[in-house]
Design a protein around this ligand. Structure first.
Ligand SMILES: C[S@@+](CC[C@H](N)C(=O)[O-])C[C@H]1O[C@@H](n2cnc3c(N)ncnc32)[C@H](O)[C@@H]1O
Length: 194
């Protein structure tokens, strides 16, 4: 039942995004099915107990993750009130409110006050801030947490510092899932920097 409700809401958001994502319109930049399949696969494999999502928008990716989690919960942060309200409704309609808590505000202000520990982090907010989000989250992450980041090809230039860190530091093992114009980075923490 939850699965069907979640699928219905995901389909509705996808249709709204297709209708909106035209020149001159306000975009609805959800991760979508293709790149979202990476997020689903990693969630299914890891079965995290405590997920942190940075950038809720209208709840699409939170629903995608929550419907594949057998246990655990998601804390998702959204800066815009309008988006937070829409996400709340969508997550309720998907029957996933018990698994997802939405926080309203700037992730960089909110993360330091969160308890954690998070074993899974999904980063999908302001593209120039990915490294700052990760550094803020790191103090609340488990030692082998998984970090997924969207838009790593489309906004490669904007997040150069983040990509260099997860790909070249000894703290992560990282892989690009390439979808041509865009990509998703999946990084596993393997060492805690001293
Ligand atoms: C690309 S959208 C997220 C899409 C969503 N993850 C999905 O796939 O369905 C980015 C969202 O991040 C939010 N955002 C941007 N900067 C933020 C910040 N510093 N803290 C929290 N949310 C932020 C924006 O308002 C926007 O809703």
């Amino acid at each position: 039942m939850i699965f069907n409700n979640a699928e219905k809401v995901l389909n509705e958001i996808e249709k709204a995004a297709q209708a909106q994502n035209k020149p001159g319109n306000v975009m609805l930049p959800i991760i979508g099915r293709e790149k979202g399949s990476v997020l689903e696969d990693v969630i299914k494999k890891v079965q995290p107990t405590n997920v942190l999502e940075i950038g809720t928008l209208v709840g699409y990716s939170a629903i995608l993750m929550a419907k594949n989690m057998r246990k655990g919960k998601i804390t998702t942060i959204e800066a815009l009130k309008k988006n937070r309200e829409a996400a709340k409704l969508n997550i309720e309609r998907a029957g996933l409110s018990k698994k997802v808590e939405i926080m309203h505000g700037n992730a960089l202000d909110i993360i330091p006050a969160l308890e954690g520990p998070f074993d899974f982090v999904f980063i999908d907010a302001e593209k120039t801030e990915y490294l700052r989000y990760l550094k803020a989250a790191e103090t609340k992450m488990t030692k082998n947490a998984v970090v997924v980041a969207d838009n790593v090809k489309r906004f490669e230039k904007e997040m150069k510092d983040f990509l260099k860190y997860v790909r070249e530091s000894d703290n992560y093992r990282s892989a690009l899932h390439d979808f041509g114009a865009d990509g998703v980075e999946v990084s596993r923490r393997i060492r805690i920097a001293l």
